[in-house]
Design a protein around this ligand. Sequence first.
Ligand code: HEC
Ligand code: HEC
Length: 213
Amino acid sequence: MRAALAFVGAVILVAGCREKTAPQSTPVSIDASQPALDAAPAAPPPVDAATGELMVTNHCLSCHSREIIEQQRLTSAQWSKVVAKMATWGSLIGPDSEKLARYLSDRYGPQSGPWRPKSSDANEARKAIEPTKDGPLAGGNAALGKGYFAANCAVCHGADAGGLVGVNLVDRAQLFRATEFANSVRTGRGLMPPHPITDRDAANVLAYLRALR
Ligand code: HEC
Ligand code: HEC
């Protein structure tokens, strides 16, 4: 409840700031191009998908899956309540709450049609984690990989790859899917920025991570 009040307070504050910066009209010169002071405030523009998804990734997915969000069909008032509740439960969404609630109600509102859970059969699931050939990423040097990891990856994945901001990398299926591993690093994923790694360095890091099991 207190968070909900704080949220309302924040909206009023923001509205207050907007008024202060609105163009002042002077009584003498009446300029028709100036917006009328008593005009209703224009609806804020929609939040683009990249910004919206970044907020969801950064502030909503540390505790539960994306599906719990995607399967909702909530009105804008209901989304505001959910976001305020998640903030009291520990989401660090902060001043972006209003923006996120707006994004979520545009994307997952009553107008959005039925939610279809992704179905994958057991075969596909197995294929997604079974080992693939190492190819050019074979024969890495674990000692060199250790140094490379300490310099480039440990800040997020932890000194022993046990996980920090980045996920635990010990004993992951991806360690035996070398091409996919290198692609994850090169293209970035979620909170991981893209990192241009050479085949040789990727092979070395793989040798190091595999030995941590
Ligand atoms: C600190 C952990 C945490 C964070 C961060 C978090 N949630 Fe939740 N969320 C929960 C818990 C716990 C539940 C209820 C238990 C469950 O079913 O998983 C929940 C449930 C939900 C539900 C189901 C409906 C409901 O109200 O219970 C929605 C929707 C939801 N969260 C959306 C969000 C959104 C959007 C964000 C980002 C602003 C977010 N969550 C961030 C912990 C969190
Ligand atoms: C800025 C923080 C950060 C840095 C630096 C970083 N990572 Fe990550 N990494 C992450 C996060 C966060 C994830 C989880 C992404 C997701 O799926 O949401 C991740 C995921 C991964 C994955 C996918 C794991 C899996 O099984 O899904 C691999 C592989 C990986 N990182 C390797 C590396 C390597 C190798 C380096 C160093 C070259 C590195 N990362 C540097 C944050 C980082």
